[in-house]
Design a protein around this ligand. Sequence first.
Ligand SMILES: Nc1ncnc2c1ncn2[C@@H]1O[C@H](COP(=O)(O)OP(=O)(O)OP(=O)(O)O)[C@@H](O)[C@H]1O
Ligand SMILES: [Mg+2]
Length: 240
Amino acid sequence: MSVIELKDITMSYGPNRILEHFNLSVEQGTFLTMIGSSGCGKTTALKLMNGLLTPEQGTVCINGTDISHTDINELRRGIGYVIQEIGLFPHMTIEKNICYVPNLYKSPDKAAIAARARQLAKTVGLDAEMLKRYPSELSGGQRQRVGIARALMNSPKIILMDEPFGAVDEITRKRLQEEILRIHEELGGTIVFVTHDIKEALKLGSRVLVMDQGHIIQDGTPARLLEHPATDFVRRLVAG
Ligand SMILES: Nc1ncnc2c1ncn2[C@@H]1O[C@H](COP(=O)(O)OP(=O)(O)OP(=O)(O)O)[C@@H](O)[C@H]1O
Ligand SMILES: [Mg+2]
């Protein structure tokens, strides 16, 4: 079953058309990595998937339902989203930032939520002591890990990640890559992961999407991209 479907999407910002007749269907359980030149429309595609942007034309379906007919908060609770600019709330502690999504539920079980926050902090490699700090008191890479923990908080079946490992060091990045693969296996969910790093795209993705100027240049398994690059652009990309 397709859990994410962008059907014949056209999307512009003012006079600039970013996506035109764009189609993408992501099957349940896929780990889709998206790679492409800066400004080609990757973040725009992710934002369309969770209703942060509304397409000019076309439909977005999540779990088979047109999201223009669904409650947007309900939709977002089912989708973990790691935004490109991290987007933590500066006036909230790290713990509150991680727990932000379940608070939408107004859950009475504060202890369980705090325990989950501690567990996730550990998962992404943050010291428990940091939970009491504020975002301005962390490094950029640490803040990015908070964003990842928050997206995992309520074990969503769909996770959208926009260059989530951009600001972390090489060792942490490797650890987080292993961690996200493990989480994907464990949750059995669907992940859409944007990256600028072709090695990361090939390592994590069960399916890799190469985009250029709003178009999909190649869509296939890592092996397919390596063995049969569709264009010179892809050939140069996979050659590193
Ligand atoms: N709110 C906006 N208003 C006007 N133009 C925008 C807006 N958001 C994005 N754009 C433009 O739309 C194009 C696609 O943006 P998008 O953020 O989807 O690119 P991207 O593929 O994610 O790029 P990057 O790899 O740099 O993150 C870019 O040219 C960008 O400048
Ligand atoms: Mg982007």
